[in-house]
Write a protein that binds this ligand. Structure first.
Ligand SMILES: Nc1ncnc2c1ncn2[C@@H]1O[C@H](COP(=O)(O)OP(=O)(O)OP(=O)(O)O)[C@@H](O)[C@H]1O
Ligand SMILES: [Mg+2]
Length: 314
């Protein structure tokens, strides 16, 4: 049964509730990502409703994490409307499709947009990758191994909703970052995505919640609480709350200027929130012991290809 996510509480009750929250301080009822998920090397950014800020979150998080010394690749996995390149104001010529048909190496299609940040345009190649047959898998793993050897973190920007491919990307990632805004439609759709993810991962879901375009932290927290309590009650999964990004007109301007907010002068409100989210993700990536995990075998691409192989067998 789909729960109806509760509408906002009347102001007087809300005041009491927030008072209570401050009393129990440090948000004990909210699960911390760092306590739940470690070793994050790949993050799929997801949402139910479109236009909630996935691409901007992916881009600014990538920049904030690169500032911490990580080599980050952003995989533009929005199969319909890829636009990470537009947010950076660049025009890459090649995509994963060129790697799959042998025309280019992965290192040649990765487009450097900062000292430690690159874009990987997915294009049609990504769809093919998710559907690849078993024989081509080991060949493909060799071609793509550069990614696991050279990059510390892969951030996937996906399309809205829970289509087959988005589900594959989420399941192959170490962490699914679910983005919502305070709009009731976005909240309801994010719950829908969470439900699909819970069903598909059979209790193994690694996800965290971000509330974007909130008017303030209090509003973001009450949105998060509604989603957390519905998911706990109906899905038996208490999603960790990673944090929020406030509504920021400067972010809109940065999109128009085609220069990400974190590459600006750093004065706008949302900047410190992106840095805070990045810090929590950084902590959950095993306190910087990334070099160690470079040898880890079970990476995003392997898992994606394995899923494709499993589908083949069915
Ligand atoms: N915190 C914010 N404050 C103000 N505007 C924002 C904020 N985050 C995103 N936006 C604006 O919302 C719009 C949608 O953002 P974005 O393209 O990142 O969303 P999306 O979820 O990736 O969309 P799609 O589902 O189409 O891929 C953009 O115009 C962006 O400038
Ligand atoms: Mg997008």
């Amino acid at each position: 049964m789909n729960p109806v996510i509760m509408p906002a509480m009347p102001p007087q009750i809300q005041d009491q509730a927030s008072l209570l929250r401050e009393l129990v301080s440090d948000k004990k009822d909210v699960v911390r990502l760092q306590d739940r998920i470690t070793g994050v090397r790949s993050i799929a950014v997801l949402s139910g409703k479109g236009g909630v800020g996935k691409s901007n979150v992916a881009v600014n998080l990538a920049l904030a994490l690169a500032d911490k010394g990580l080599n980050v690749a952003i995989l533009d996995a929005d199969l319909g409307l890829a636009n990470i390149d537009i947010l950076f104001g660049v025009v890459p010529k090649f995509n994963l499709g060129h790697v799959l048909n042998g025309e280019k190496e992965l290192s040649e299609i990765m487009f450097k947009v900062g000292e430690r940040v690159s874009i990987i345009p997915g294009g049609v190649g990504l769809r093919e990758l998710a559907d690849i047959d078993e024989q081509s898998q080991s060949w493909m793993i060799n071609r793509l191994s550069f990614l696991d050897e050279e990059m510390d973190l892969l951030i996937l920007d996906t399309s809205a909703g829970i289509h087959k491919n988005v589900l594959s990307f989420a399941m192959a990632s170490d962490l699914s970052l679910l983005i919502t805004t305070p709009e009731p439609t976005a909240i309801r759709d994010s719950y829908g995505v969470l439900k699909s993810l819970c069903q598909a991962t059979k209790g193994e879901l690694k996800a965290a919640l971000v509330v974007n375009m909130a008017s303030d932290e209090k509003e973001a927290f009450s949105v998060a609480e509604r989603i957390i309590s519905a998911s706990e009650q109906f899905l038996d999964f208490k999603i960790p709350y990673l944090g929020c990004v406030p509504w920021d007109s400067e972010l809109r301007e940065s999109v128009k200027r085609r220069k990400p907010l974190l590459l600006g002068d750093g004065s706008s409100v949302a900047v410190s929130y992106f840095k805070d989210l990045a810090q929590k993700i950084f902590e959950s990536s095993e306190e910087g012991q990334l070099a160690k995990r470079r040898v880890r075998k079970d990476t995003f691409l392997l898992r994606l290809l394995r899923q494709a192989g499993d589908k083949e067998k069915q």
